[in-house]
Write a protein that binds this ligand. Structure first.
Ligand code: 3HC
Length: 692
């Protein structure tokens, strides 16, 4: 039983005890109902307090139970709430820490609610692609007003309990010890009859129609991909228009529909993927972390500056090193400009800006960095340059300092070998712009010490990044996969597509940017350099020459106002380029290829399955710890559509046998050499399984 019962004089206390967040799983629901019955049966009990143990009241329904028989097993959350609401003795919810989703719905089913300040109050179901399914959409508007409730339901953002203290939601804010205050309150109201019920309140907003319409307008663009948004509004509208029980039934219908949508499954997958990523086999939660109180960054360019901002944002002093004062000045000026832009948008105060700038220092001397707890190099991507940097770091850094490389493709083990302390060397691959992008690939070398890995994963959280562990290989998880995706995109150009067609198909699939617009943004010359190196290191790897021809024209992307597309000065809009399109046709002609019409479906399949096939290899080789880590890399670093859950989740949804069948089909086409099917994909497809 995950709820306990105790009697404190004439007040029964039912305590939710299901760590870490008192999720309302089957056992907890049983525990509440049982406690309630004991309280009802005991003539000495006059009132009941429902309270959460540990860090909060309740984080809501147990998401892990969704789509399993346990979710519907009685007592359901609906039954629990109905039993509480119809209980003849008053039930008081005592809220601290958090009351989210079903947790808030449970509290709304109680006759009274008291709270401590600082509790996070939310109906975050929409973030999981569902809506509050235990009365939240019907009860919350009755307590805090339509506009506020609609905002909370459609956006899912938490609101601090004290901000709701002037609404009907809380009958009392408790200053001192919550349970003692709740018991005292329960004793005061024990004899008040009739018992108040949230359902009995009217929603009296005169401008309800406008409020609902304005919310519908604001979600229109997103609603196509996230069906829960519109259904949240529909359910709140039902609260306004229908009798309570009918509204409740309508909400339930929407919940049951949404919980089985692919979008909701994908969002829940992403939720758990994010939490699994920090779990590293063999490294327990009690490992001693190295303290990170100061940081250093080698390089003050776009990447180095962006990395430094992350530390300043988290309140950690950071020193940037460059070889010339002018480069340092430029780097600091860029950082200041970035912060000033955020200030202008109202997302930063002048005080915060000053504080962050004061945490950033600069130097031209390696010796000045020696006492930093972590140093991250973000210098030119060339092994001989890295060698010099790491030799100098080895000479000056204090014992135990973490030496990190921001390399995106180079061999981390080789980099570690440039030092006398490979156990302290790790990869921290940030994504550009480093102060914005959530992903941090944390590259574990063969000698990286477990506490170094654990420290950097914890640091990722501190600096608001999503850390994902990768083993050492060319390109790590993300870039190794994207290489196959871009390779396919180039082959499509040879076989019949133009850049805008490929980008259009991928953007309609849901990516923020197609491969060609992405390359123009990142710089086409970067891929060109990598291909040159790869052709020497892996002569068997065949790349289309179309990307090289583009670079030979000097079309490096947005930075040269010309790439796969044309760009006008001061404008990032991509305009299809006659020059490039002709170059593609000429190139295909030299290959003697008969160009053909290629459907959007084929474009999407070839690019997605190129990712998936390489992802399967990465999984099999142990470069990624789990398929969901690969998904997380793509969701947080590459603009993969969130509502599709990442490439591996997407492929599992399609069915791996179908994926394999399609790949086998492409493997008989003109670029068959690019499809070396991953043995893991073959194995799972044969067994009818999905990626785990
Ligand atoms: N169900 C199952 N597990 C949950 C959970 C839930 N509702 N909420 C959190 N957890 C688990 C996490 O998976 C994690 O497990 P792990 O330790 O095994 O990885 C653990 O609890 C701790 O979670 P966090 O690492 O996220 O801890 P934080 O302290 O950072 O955050 C939180 C706590 C704010 C509650 C955050 O976990 C969260 O946002 N949870 C989701 C809340 C939510 O969406 N509730 C609605 C559920 S749906 C619902 O109630 C339906 C109803 O309307 C019918």
């Amino acid at each position: 039983m995950s709820a306990s019962f105790s009697a404190q004089g004439d007040v029964a206390v039912i305590t939710l005890e299901n760590p870490p967040v008192n999720g309302l799983g089957f056992e907890t629901r049983c525990g509440i109902v049982e406690g309630l019955q004991r309280a009802i049966d005991d003539a000495a009990i006059r009132a009941i307090v429902l309270v959460g143990s540990g860090k909060g009241f309740s984080g809501g329904a147990d998401i892990r139970e969704f789509n399993t028989p346990k979710a519907l097993q009685e007592p359901s959350l609906h039954t629990v709430i109905r039993d509480i609401e119809s209980c003849a003795k008053p039930v008081v919810a005592a809220v601290h820490g958090l009351a989210m989703g079903g947790g808030l719905e449970l509290a709304l089913g109680c006759h009274y609610r008291v709270a401590s300040a600082g509790a996070q109050i939310a109906l975050p179901e929409v973030k999981l692609g569902i809506l509050p399914g235990a009365g939240g959409t019907q009860r919350l508007p009755r307590m805090i007003g339509l506009q506020r409730a609609l905002d909370m339901i459609v956006h899912g953002a938490p609101v601090k309990s004290e901000k709701l203290s002037s609404t009907r939601l809380f009958d009392r804010m408790i200053d001192g010890e919550l349970l003692a205050g709740a018991i005292a309150f329960a004793q005061q109201i024990a004899d008040v009859r009739p018992l108040p019920k949230v359902r009995d309140h009217e929603i009296s907003d005169a401008d309800a129609a406008e409020i609902l319409q304005s919310m519908r307008d604001s979600i229109q663009a997103q609603a196509r991909f996230f069906p829960a948004l519109a259904r949240c509004v529909d359910a709140v509208e039902a609260a306004v228009k229908l009798p309570f029980e009918q509204g409740l039934a309508f909400e339930r219908e929407q919940f049951l529909y949404l919980v089985q949508t692919t979008e909701s499954k994908a969002l829940r997958h992403a939720f758990f993927a994010e939490r699994s990523a920090s779990k590293i086999p063999g490294i327990g939660p009690d490992i001693a972390l190295r303290p990170i109180r100061s940081a250093a960054v080698i390089g003050a360019g776009t990447m180095g500056g962006g990395i430094a901002m992350n530390f300043a944002n988290a309140g950690i002093p950071v020193c940037m090193l460059e070889t010339a004062q002018a480069a340092l000045d430029k780097g600091v000026a860029t950082i200041r400009k970035n912060y000033e832009n955020t200030l202008k948008k109202g997302r930063l105060t002048q005080e915060q800006l000053d504080k962050r700038m004061s945490l950033i220092s600069t130097t031209l001397e390696y010796a000045a960095l020696g006492q930093a707890d972590i140093v991250i190099e973000a210098v030119y991507e060339e092994i001989s340059v890295k060698e010099k940097v790491f030799q100098q770091l080895d000479a000056v850094m204090k014992p135990g300092a973490i030496l990190a490389s921001n390399t995106s493709t180079l061999d981390l083990d080789k980099i570690a070998s440039f030092t006398s302390r490979p156990q302290d060397v790790i990869g921290t691959h940030f994504f550009s712009p480093a102060n914005v992008m959530k992903l941090l690939e944390v590259v574990r070398g063969k000698a990286t010490a477990p506490d170094v890995l654990a420290t950097v994963m914890a640091l990722a959280k501190t600096i608001n990044k999503t850390g994902v562990v990768s083993g050492v290989c060319d390109g790590f998880i993300g870039n190794r996969m994207i290489e196959q995706y871009v390779r396919q995109a180039f082959f499509l150009l040879e076989e019949g597509c133009l850049p805008a067609q490929v980008d259009g198909a991928i953007e309609r699939f849901g990516f923020a940017m197609g491969p060609f617009r992405m390359s123009d943004l990142a710089g086409n010359d970067i891929g060109w350099q990598i291909r040159k190196r790869r052709r020497t290191e892996h002569p068997d790897m065949i790349y289309s020459l179309v990307g090289d021809k583009l670079c030979e024209l000097g079309r490096y992307g947005q930075k040269t106002s010309a790439g796969w597309y044309d760009y006008h000065a001061g404008d990032r809009t991509a305009h299809p380029s006659d020059v490039v399109n002709q170059m593609i046709l000429d190139h295909a002609a030299t290959l003697g290829l008969q160009r053909r019409q290629i459907s959007d479906a084929e474009i999407v399949e070839r690019l997605m399955y190129a990712l998936v096939n390489e992802g399967a290899k990465i999984l099999e080789e142990g470069i990624a710890l789990r398929a969901s880590d690969i998904d997380l890399v793509y969701l947080t670093g590459y603009g993969f559509p969130l509502y599709r859950g990442g490439p591996m989740f997407y492929a599992s949804g399609v069915g791996l046998n179908k994926v394999l069948e399609a790949i086998n089909g492409y493997a008989s086409g003109p670029n068959a050499h690019a499809w070396q099917v991953a043995p893991l994909l073959q194995k799972l497809a044969a067994e009818g399984k999905a990626f785990q």
